[in-house]
Design a binder for this molecule. Structure first.
Ligand code: SAH
Length: 225
């Protein structure tokens, strides 16, 4: 099968967006408080510019979020780094990401965790993310579905990461956490603002911690074919 997207990836994968640009981004991330060396090394290596349209590739390593179509965005490097750092802190074996989007966060997780599952509700974004990840040989399992339901067939997860903002945390997701597992999610705080929260499960106890302010697109229900 001929995939035009793969021709473009192969052409763009060779150089253009240089190692120096990535190194600058990683220095900035360290200054901004990212402390996990594994995450920094990974982001210095992996081609974030392949996860946006060619016209935006030059801006891929800037300190900003970028549009990926369908009104969705690839989060700024700091946010992706922070979520990844929080997700892998306790050495999870199996992770669920909700909102594959471009697939960039999925790529990072798949380099650090044995089993990565990722759900996206917009089929066209899912297809593009799947092509990029296959091209980069990232072994994540992806599907099109409403992520508010989690991925019951693959549960329990040691970490669940939401990359879209929930109004309330879907109960199904909490149920799919393993004992000792963590959920990282942006949640609306009522005044139009959002906070990143971390929920840790111990048996039937769910302990919630509020972290920094963030800005994400909303978590929506249903699937867009
Ligand atoms: N992690 C992504 C961020 C994408 S933005 C990246 O690195 O590019 C958030 C994504 O969540 C969007 O693609 C949006 O379509 C998706 N999303 C929103 N609600 C969802 C839901 N209920 N289930 C699955 N995906 C959802």
């Amino acid at each position: 099968m001929h995939l035009p997207e793969c021709d473009s990836l192969s052409r763009r994968g060779r150089g253009m967006t240089s190692q120096r640009t990535r190194d600058r981004m990683v220095k900035r991330l360290a200054r901004q408080g990212i402390g996990d060396a594994r995450v920094l090394e990974l982001m210095a290596r992996e081609p974030r510019h392949l996860f946006v349209d060619e016209a935006l590739a030059q801006r891929a390593y800037e300190d900003s979020s970028l549009p990926i179509g369908f009104g969705q965005t690839l989060s700024r490097p700091l946010t992706v780094a922070r979520m990844t750092e929080l997700a892998v802190q306790a050495e999870p074996r199996r992770v669920l990401e909700l909102g594959s989007g471009s697939g960039y966060q999925t790529l990072l997780l798949s380099r650090l965790v044995a089993e990565v599952y990722s759900v996206e509700r917009i089929a066209a974004l899912h297809r593009r993310a799947a092509q990029r990840l296959a091209w980069l040989e990232a072994p994540a399992r992806l599907k099109v579905a409403d992520g508010t339901l989690g991925w019951a067939g693959a549960a329990p997860f040691d970490a669940i990461v939401l990359t879209a903002c929930a109004r309330t945390l879907p109960q199904a997701l909490l149920e799919q956490l393993s004992d000792g597992g963590v959920l990282i999610a942006p949640v609306a705080t009522g005044d139009g603002a959002q906070s990143l929260i971390q929920v840790r499960r111990t048996g039937r106890l769910f302990e919630q911690r509020r972290l920094e302010s963030v800005r994400f697109v909303p978590l929506l229900e249903g699937v867009v074919e």
